[in-house]
Write a protein that binds this ligand. Structure first.
Ligand code: PAF
Length: 268
C-alpha cells in the first residue's frame, strides 16, 4: 500500500505549503500523535473532502503529558501511520523531530485560562497548556486553511477554538464526530493498552454516559446525573474519575486498570 510522503523539517513543509498556496490550493491539517486508527481516518477523509491538500502531523508531544503518564510507552507506528494517512486521502505526513519542535531554549507557552483547569484539566495539570502550545506551533508550521479535531476530545476542541478566537489565528477549526467500535467504545490510540478482558469491559463507559444522559433528560440535577453514571459503572472494573455537564455535553473519564479512558455524549 502507498505511504504518504514524509516531511521531517519545518522548512521543507513550508516550501511545500507555499507552493500549494501559490497555486491557490487550500490546505487541511489533521494534528495527531500518531498510532492512527479509524477515528483519525475519518478526520483525514473529511479534510480531503473539504481541502485540496491534506497534511497529517504526527508528533508525540511531551508538553501534554504529566510526570508519571504514558509518554514513554505511547504507541509509535510511523510506517503504518503513513499508509493509513495515504489510504484516507492525505498528501503528506509531517513528523517533526523533538529538537525541531522544542529547541533547548524553548520557553513560551499558550494557556487558555479557566477551561484548561476544569474537567480533564483538573486531573492532568498542564495538559491543555501543552496541547494549545503544540497546536499553535503546528498551525504556524503548516499555515492550514482548516484544521480537523475529533469530538472524542471535546474539551480539547473547545480549548483550541478559544485559542484560535482569542489569538486571531487564521484557521477554521472543524469538529468531527467521534468514531466508535461496534460495541460503542470510542476509538482512541490508548485502546491499544487494553488487554482482551479490559477491552471487553471498556464500552461500559459509554453505557454509563447513556445512563447519565437518560437521567439528565428526565430532569435529574447535576449530582444525580453523576450518580447515575457512577452507579452504571459499578462492577464493570472501570473507576470513574469524573463526570460533568459541559454545555450541551456530558463528559466523563474513567480508569480501567492502567488505562485512562474518556468519552462524551451530547445531552440535548
Ligand atoms: O488529540 C491529539 O492527538 C493531541 O492532543 C494533539 C491535538 C495532536 C496535540 O498534540
Amino acid at each position: 500500500m502507498r505511504a504518504a510522503a514524509l516531511i521531517r523539517a519545518r522548512s521543507e513543509l513550508q516550501r511545500v505549503v507555499s507552493g500549494w498556496k501559490r497555486r491557490r490550493l487550500t490546505t487541511g491539517l489533521v494534528p495527531t500523535m500518531g498510532a492512527l486508527h479509524a477515528g483519525h481516518a475519518a478526520l483525514i477523509r473529511r479534510a480531503a473532502r473539504e481541502c485540496d491538500r491534506v497534511i497529517v502531523s504526527v508528533f508525540v508531544n511531551p508538553l501534554q503529558f504529566s510526570p508519571g503518564e504514558d509518554l514513554r510507552r505511547y504507541p509509535r507506528t510511523l510506517g503504518a501511520d503513513r499508509r493509513l494517512a495515504a489510504a484516507a486521502g492525505a498528501d503528506a505526513v509531517y513528523a517533526p523531530s523533538m529538537a525541531g519542535m522544542y529547541p533547548e531554549d524553548f520557553k513560551t507557552h499558550v494557556e487558555v485560562e479557566g477551561l484548561s483547569d476544569l474537567y480533564c484539566g483538573k486531573y492532568r495539570p498542564g495538559h491543555f497548556r501543552g496541547v494549545a502550545t503544540v497546536v499553535l506551533k503546528l498551525f504556524n508550521h503548516a499555515r492550514p486553511d482548516r484544521a480537523y479535531f475529533g469530538e472524542k476530545d471535546y474539551q480539547q476542541v473547545l480549548i483550541i477554538e478559544a485559542m484560535v478566537r482569542d489569538l486571531d489565528v487564521p484557521v477554521r477549526v472543524v469538529r468531527v464526530p467521534t468514531v466508535r467500535a461496534r460495541d460503542g467504545l470510542a476509538l482512541s490510540s490508548r485502546n491499544a493498552y487494553l488487554s482482551a478482558a479490559e477491552r471487553a469491559a471498556a464500552p461500559a463507559l459509554r453505557a454509563a454516559l447513556l445512563e447519565g444522559r437518560r437521567a439528565a433528560r428526565a430532569g435529574a440535577k447535576a449530582a444525580a446525573v453523576v450518580d447515575a453514571v457512577r452507579r452504571a459503572l459499578r462492577g464493570t472494573g472501570l473507576k470513574l474519575q469524573y463526570a460533568a455537564r459541559c454545555g450541551s455535553r456530558l463528559l466523563a473519564a474513567a480508569h480501567l486498570a492502567g488505562t485512562r479512558l474518556i468519552d462524551n455524549l451530547r445531552v440535548n
